[in-house]
Design a protein around this ligand. Structure first.
Ligand SMILES: COc1cc(/C=C/C(=O)SCCNC(=O)CCNC(=O)[C@H](O)C(C)(C)COP(=O)(O)OP(=O)(O)OC[C@H]2O[C@@H](n3cnc4c(N)ncnc43)[C@H](O)[C@@H]2OP(=O)(O)O)ccc1O
Ligand SMILES: O=C(O)CCC(=O)C(=O)O
Ligand SMILES: [Fe+2]
Length: 363
């Protein structure tokens, strides 16, 4: 049970990190207690906050929005490749996934995080009966100087049977439904992106390399006291090939502008849209042609926010490096061959540190 505010503030020994991380209350537990001041463990160094003098927020600009209704029109594929090269991020509309699927998975996210701590902690790294289901908070609390204002549930898809046995009933069906409905969109996006790399056919082997494993995260960002002092998610790029992100209507995701290091663009919520971004694995496979761009999420002082990314990945045992088709024209490889699970482990063992993860694969 959460201690009362008066108990906490009269005690010098209360350990915030223990309450949030080890006891499974998460930041939602802190927010639910009605704290009015951000605990010091969440105060980010000035350079990591978005409201500082070295960051320009270009609220008037944004990433491309691509209409997928005329899928067979070559202009659609061109727009996708162009966005992946020049922005690394874009939104898609008229993609064919019913809006009810989005509403269901957002509701399910709220339902899971509304569970008491003693229920949610059953899915934490310490107590979960499988490595494929993980409830957690922040990103890597054991490695971070300052924590991030976010709780998450991460679900690695193995099979429907495995999901039925291990995924939390509060959100299992809705998360699976979103993943399944997204599959066709993911395939279409990959086909377009591969054409742009001179890969004529996405055969079984390519399909497995590009989308052989999938992970869905349910992210919960509670309303935060002093949001300007912390972050929801710190600067990072995803380690996926592609990420398909559903966000609610609150906003707060910012993306670094490719040609201007200090400028960050908002990703405004569009009803029914999905946000698509290139991850490090696709940057490596495309030898740097498609860009995995740094992004971050601000904390919000007025509202709770949820988002649901599907990370599309190679299989853990795949070796990734620049595709042969990309190097056929004599282009020099920029990245070496790396075991994908080594790459992901490297990402998960340190705090968010912007684009530095991809240096792991640089020649
Ligand atoms: C959470 O906040 C986030 C998350 C993200 C995620 C962005 C992505 O792009 S996720 C896509 C990741 N790719 C895959 O899942 C691909 C396939 N999976 C694998 O290769 C492996 O399953 C593995 C992820 C490497 C885990 O391998 P395993 O052999 O089981 O190794 P472990 O010892 O269990 O884990 C290694 C290390 O990573 C930590 N970790 C593992 N999974 C997660 C997870 N889902 N969330 C957080 N951390 C995870 C684990 O704790 C281990 O660390 P230790 O210090 O304990 O050794 C983007 C932004 C965010 O804010
Ligand atoms: O919540 C968001 O909008 C983005 C989250 C994100 O970047 C991630 O989970 O990798
Ligand atoms: Fe991300």
């Amino acid at each position: 049970m959460a201690p009362s505010l008066s108990t906490i503030f009269s005690s010098n020994t209360w350990n915030v990190k223990n309450f949030v991380v080890n006891e499974g209350h998460g930041v939602k537990g802190l927010a639910d207690m009605g704290i009015e001041t951000l605990p010091k463990q969440y105060i980010q160094p000035l350079e990591e906050r978005i409201y500082t003098s070295n960051v320009k927020l270009a609220e008037e600009l944004s990433i491309p929005v691509i209409d997928m209704s005329n899928w067979n029109d070559p202009n659609v594929a061109n727009s996708i490749c162009n966005a992946a090269e020049k922005w690394g991020f874009f939104q898609i509309v008229n993609h064919g996934i019913p809006i009810q699927v989005f509403e269901n998975v957002k509701d399910a996210t709220h339902r899971f995080f509304a569970l008491p701590a003693e229920e949610k902690i059953k899915y934490s790294k310490e107590y979960s009966s499988t490595n494929n289901v993980r409830f957690g908070t922040s990103f890597t609390p054991q490695a971070e100087q300052a924590l991030e204002w976010k709780d998450y549930l991460s679900l690695f898809y193995v099979s429907d049977e495995e999901a039925a046995d291990f995924w939390p009933p509060a959100c299992r069906d809705e998360a699976l439904q979103f993943m399944k409905k997204a599959n066709l969109v993911i395939k279409r996006l990959m086909e377009a992106l591969m054409k742009g790399l001179n890969v004529k056919e996405v055969d079984e082997a390519k399909e497995s390399l590009l989308m052989g494993s999938k992970r869905i995260n349910l992210n919960y960002y509670p309303k935060c006291p002093n949001p300007e002092l912390t972050v929801g998610v710190g600067r990072h790029s995803d380690v996926s090939t592609l990420t398909i992100l559903l966000q609610d209507n609150i906003g707060g995701l910012y993306v670094r502008k490719l040609d201007n290091d200090s400028t960050w663009l908002p990703v405004p919520p569009i009803n029914g849209a999905l946000v698509i971004n290139v991850g490090d694995a696709l940057q490596i496979l495309s030898n740097g042609r498609y860009k995995s761009i740094e992004h971050r999420v601000i904390a919000n002082g007025s509202n709770n926010r949820v988002s649901v990314p599907i990370f599309v990945n190679p299989k853990p045992n795949d070796v990734i490096g620049p595709l042969q088709e990309v190097l056929e024209n004599g282009e020099k490889p920029v990245y070496k061959q790396v075991l994908y699970s080594d790459y992901v482990k490297h990402f998960f063992r340190k705090a968010h540190d912007g684009k530095d993860t991809v240096d792991f694969a640089k020649i």
